[in-house]
Ligand binder design. Structure first.
Ligand code: AMP
Length: 305
C-alpha cells in the first residue's frame, strides 16, 4: 500500500557531546520517508524546499524511490532551518534557532493522484495544516500524526480538531502529560485517547515506547545502542518504520501493531548511530530484520516453572 507523508523538509545544524554539523538534511517528512521506504516501495512525500536545496538531497530521496511530485520548490527563499543542541542526557535538547523560510507560507497541496491515499503520515507541523491535508484526502483508512509541545501550548484548539480525525497519535511522554494535563502516564493516555485517536504510542526516548489500544497496553523495550551520536530524527524514524511496516502489510491488528512498534524502534535505533540521516542511507534488509530479532530477545520473559 502507498503511504502519503506530509511534514517538514529541512536543513539542520546539530551539536551533541560527540560532534557538530552546521548543515545536514533533516525534517520530519525526510526522516519518515527515508525510513518507511525500506518497507513500502511507494512513499509519496508532500513538503516544500527553498532555492538552496541541494541536488544530492533530491537524489538521495529518489534513490529510495520516494515520489517527489508533491515536493514544492519555492525559489523565493531558503529551506526551513533548525539548529539544536543536545547535552549528555540525549532525551533533552535546546532549540537554538528556527528559521521558517519558505516553510512559513507552506500550503500543503496534495497532488490529484495522492488524494485516494489510504495511509497518511502527518509529521510534526502546525495542526491547522495537518487538518488542511486531511480535508483533501478522499477516504483514508489510517491516519497517523505526530505533534509537539509547541502546538500543544500554542494552538490547542486546532490540535484538538485534528486529533478527532486521526487513528493513531505518536507523542513522547512529556507531551502526553502536557496534552492531558495529567502527570500519571497511564491516566494521561486514557485522557488523550478520549480526544480522538483509538491508538496511542508514547515514546520514552531511550527507554522504549508504550502502545495503547483500546483495553491493551504493550511495552516495547529500548535497544541498547552503544554508539549514539545524534538523536535528531529518532522520533520521525520511529514513525516511518512503524507506518512503513503497517502500510506494507496492510494489517492493523493488535499483533501487527506490536510488530510495527518494534520496527519503529529498530529504525530509530539506526537513526541515532550517526549524524542526521547518514545511517539511514544504506541499510540492508538483513540489518533491519536482524535488529528486529535482537529486540525480541531483549524482552523474552521466562515462565515461572
Ligand atoms: P525529531 O528528532 O524526530 O523530533 O525531529 C527532528 C526534525 O524535526 C529535525 O530534522 C528538524 O528539522 C525538524 N523540526 C524541528 N523543529 C520543527 C518545527 N517547528 N516544525 C517542523 N519541523 C521541525
Amino acid at each position: 500500500m502507498s503511504l502519503l507523508v506530509v511534514g517538514s523538509v529541512a536543513y539542520d545544524g546539530i551539536e551533541t557531546p560527540f560532534g557538530k554539523v552546521d548543515k545536514i538534511l533533516g525534517g520530519s517528512a525526510t526522516y519518515i520517508s527515508l525510513t518507511s521506504s525500506y518497507f513500502t516501495g511507494n512513499v509519496n512525500l508532500v513538503g516544500v524546499v527553498g532555492k538552496d536545496f541541494a541536488e544530492d538531497d533530491i537524489s538521495l530521496l529518489e534513490s529510495k524511490n520516494v515520489n517527489l511530485k508533491g515536493l514544492q520548490r519555492d525559489y523565493s527563499g531558503n529551506t526551513f532551518f533548525w539548529r539544536g543542541k543536545y547535552h549528555y542526557d540525549l532525551n533533552n535538547r535546546d532549540t537554538l534557532d528556527t528559521q521558517l523560510n519558505v516553510f512559513e507560507h507552506f500550503d500543503p497541496l496534495i497532488p490529484e493522484e495522492y488524494k485516494n491515499a489510504k495511509y497518511v503520515a502527518l509529521g510534526n507541523i502546525e495542526p491547522s495544516l495537518q487538518n488542511k491535508v486531511l480535508d483533501q484526502i478522499e477516504d483514508p483508512d489510517y491516519v497517523v500524526m505526530d505533534t509537539m509541545n509547541f502546538w500543544i501550548d500554542g494552538t490547542p484548539d486546532a490540535l484538538k480538531r485534528t486529533l478527532k480525525l486521526v487513528d493513531l497519535l505518536v507523542i513522547n511522554d512529556s507531551e502526553a502529560r502536557e496534552l492531558a494535563d495529567e502527570p500519571n502516564l497511564f491516566r494521561a493516555a486514557e485522557k488523550v485517547m478520549k480526544m480522538g485517536p483509538e491508538t496511542l504510542i508514547i515514546k520514552k526516548g531511550e527507554h522504549g515506547a508504550l502502545l495503547f489500544t483500546r483495553g491493551e497496553i504493550f511495552s516495547a523495550p529500548a535497544y541498547p545502542v552503544i554508539d549514539i551520536f545524534d538523536p535528531t530524527g529518532a522520533g520521525d524514524s520511529f514513525m516511518g518504520g512503524m507506518l512503513g511496516w503497517i502500510a506494507y502489510t496492510n494489517d492493523r491488528s493488535s499483533q501487527n501493531l506490536r510488530r510495527a512498534v518494534i520496527f519503529g524502534s529498530v529504525m530509530a535505533s539506526f537513526c541515532v548511530e550517526e549524524f542526521g540521516p547518514e545511517r539511514l542511507k544504506n541499510l540492508t534488509e538483513k540489518e533491519i530484520y536482524d535488529r528486529y530479532r535482537e529486540f525480541r530477545e531483549l524482552s523474552q520473559i521466562p515462565e515461572i516453572s
